[in-house]
Design a binder for this molecule. Sequence first.
Ligand code: COA
Length: 257
Amino acid sequence: MADTAQLSVDGDGVATVTVDRPDRLNALNVPTLRALRDAVEAAADEDARVLVLTGAGDDAFVAGADIAHMQDMDPQAAHEYAALGHDLAAAVEAFPAPAVAKINGYAFGGGLELALACDLRVASEQAVLGQTEIDLGIIPGWGATQRLPRLVDDETARRLIYFGDRLDATDAYEEGLVGDVVAHDELDEYVADLAADLAAKPATALAAAKEAINQSYETSLDAGLDFERRTWAGLFGSHDQREGMRAFLEDRDPDFE
Ligand code: COA
């Protein structure tokens, strides 16, 4: 794993993957994309119960794809670069536990796209977010044309992509881009508490909930409901289902796996 991506896993099973290229505001070049993909896979191998993605330093989550790297690419090289970004976003989206973007600063272009692949987004008050690619003469290439309209309404997504505006955290919250905005010096503690709460939930059920919600974007309503029914039924007989229901009936806290 290149040293531009760091992985740590705490005792509660909260894995934190940090983009560590602060001198470039954590812009994503090829080695960093590969290292992040490896880090996300390693977190899954360690059965992490929550994945937190963030950026090193005090200024940036991820300032986007690396513009210096992209500048002279031909379509073939651009295609390969896009595939690496898509692979990383797909790994985060399919991660078998909730993924939380801890947006500690700038989240532009591919940085915002990485956050869009997460389940939840928490922004510091000093964060600035935008799909800024239009002003570079390109469009988002790591998922925003598809994931952004699924997160916010269609016109908001179009406006963000067509104008490339940079939104402060409060505006991003009002547009539905992030679910929480917290004071910058409270971000670490806030996300740690959120992650610990998620890590205390029954992991198999959380993974099933995530997979079923993800399916809703892929299928017809009927097929999605069928997926939900099978996934729901498949949880019966698990330790956590038996324990959760028994604990309720015995009026005590559950002891999940
Ligand atoms: N790709 C490559 N390098 C980047 C970068 C990116 N996406 N974003 C920042 N950097 C580099 C800068 O070139 C600069 O390098 P230098 O020290 O060699 O000059 C360094 O990171 C610090 O950035 P700088 O622009 O000097 O900091 P700033 O505080 O004045 O501005 C931003 C910060 C994020 C507002 C500004 O860097 C920016 O707009 N970046 C591009 C954002 C973008 O459009 N991303 C989408 C890419 S698809």
